[in-house]
Design a protein around this ligand. Structure first.
Ligand SMILES: [Zn+2]
Length: 281
């Protein structure tokens, strides 16, 4: 079983990786039509169109840089560099430790840094400027942010000592989990409570897209939910009070314009305000 997973991801083609991304998007969009959290009272296709544009640029960046990742991974394995290369574990544990660390370094840490380093935040703004969060929001990333995230994935691969099958397995899970935790769906409470112990559910991630601080600086997780708990960035709020978007970028003609959004990291920084005192969700 584990061997066949490894076999599959060691040789996965770009076509299959794209099918996983598009397949996930299709499945979650269908579920959103059936059990939406917020009403679908917006122009879903237009909204999706802009987000699909940024998803395609994300795919292109990853496609053209993938060889760097393959080279890095082959190198760390050959040189026996990185945590997984230094420990001796059964294969199933190797896989779990690998996924955990790739998610911690390649997603949670990358995301936290993007929120705290101004020039990186200016790229991440595009993701937060979306005022309707659904599965298509998951990969609404400025191409510059895709490069930043790619750099973190390279760094994670080196520190973890990850073989290529693990990197591809991690990336595939990361894409689908991100679509899932951005999806505009309501899970039954009981199921959410159980899932939320291990993975990031929509119910957990929604507050990260509230338009104001400090709420937008919480629940950074992508695959596993416990990093936020361990590093005290975890929060639970009444999701019905949420308002999606970004206080500094609420003008829809601006945030729905591809060209304006592509240029926005190169415009002056807009100061955010922390509303901790006056707003309780
Ligand atoms: Zn964010």
């Amino acid at each position: 079983m584990i061997e066949s997973i490894i076999e599959y991801f060691a040789n996965i083609s770009s076509a299959h990786r794209t099918i996983i991304l598009v397949g996930g998007l299709t499945i979650f969009s269908l579920i959103e039509s059936a059990v939406p959290l917020f009403s679908l009272n917006y122009r879903r296709w237009k909204h999706g169109g802009i987000n699909v544009f940024f998803t395609i640029t994300t795919i292109l960046v990853n496609f053209f840089m993938a060889f760097l990742l393959v080279k890095t991974s082959d190198w760390v394995v050959a040189q026996e560099i990185g945590i997984l290369q230094w420990i001796d574990t059964p294969l199933w544990l190797f896989l779990i430790i690998g996924l955990l660390l790739m998610d911690l370094l390649g997603a949670y840490t990358a995301h936290w840094v993007e929120h705290h380093v101004t020039w990186m935040w200016k790229f991440h703004v595009i993701h937060h400027s979306d005022q309707h969060i659904d599965a298509t929001s998951a990969n609404r990333h400025h191409p510059g942010e895709s490069v930043i995230r790619f750099a973190f994935t390279i760094l994670a691969t080196i520190i973890v000592g990850a073989p290529m099958w693990l990197v591809f397995l991690y990336q595939s899970m990361s894409v689908v989990l991100s679509q899932f935790n951005h999806a505009n769906i309501i899970l039954p409470d009981a199921i959410d409570k159980i899932l939320n112990k291990i993975i990031c559910t929509p119910n957990m991630h929604n507050v990260h897209h509230h338009y104001r601080q400090p709420y937008s600086d919480t629940n950074y997780g992508n695959i596993f939910s416990f990093w936020d708990r361990i590093f005290s960035t975890y929060i639970e709020v009444d999701n019905n009070k949420l308002k999606y978007g970004l206080d500094t970028h609420m003008d829809k003609p601006e945030t729905n314009n591809i060209i304006t959004m592509l240029l926005s990291p190169f415009r002056p920084y807009r100061q955010r305000i922390d509303y901790a005192e006056e707003e309780q969700l």
